[in-house]
Design a protein. Structure first.
Length: 102
């Protein structure tokens, strides 16, 4: 732990962990821990995965998949917006050229 971090207790699947956390980041850490706990409980309740380690790996894979899908969606959105802006710019330039001709 460095000078600006503080220990925060979190609970995941009924186990307590002390995590070093930067000042002002405690609420985000606690919210992340609650989300992780919820996802791990959902996997455990499904009954198909046994063992905390395996549950944690399944949750990690699911979260990584969601993150990568979101990044891909964001990349596609940027590309769509970029193409729209390019088309608008071309139309504006064409309109200005037409105006200059008359």
């Amino acid at each position: 732990m460095n000078d600006s971090s503080i220990p925060v207790k979190i609970h995941i699947l009924d186990k307590e962990y002390r995590i070093a956390c930067q000042q002002g980041e405690q609420e985000a850490l606690l919210a992340s821990a609650r989300y992780l706990d919820q996802k791990m409980r959902e996997i455990r309740a499904g009954g198909k995965v046994i063992g905390t380690d395996r549950i944690a790996v399944m949750v990690a894979l699911n979260l990584a998949h969601e993150l990568l899908e979101q990044r891909n969606h964001d990349d596609n959105s940027v590309e769509i917006i970029s193409n729209r802006l390019k088309n608008m710019q071309e139309k504006i330039e064409a309109a200005l050229e037409d105006k200059d001709r008359y």
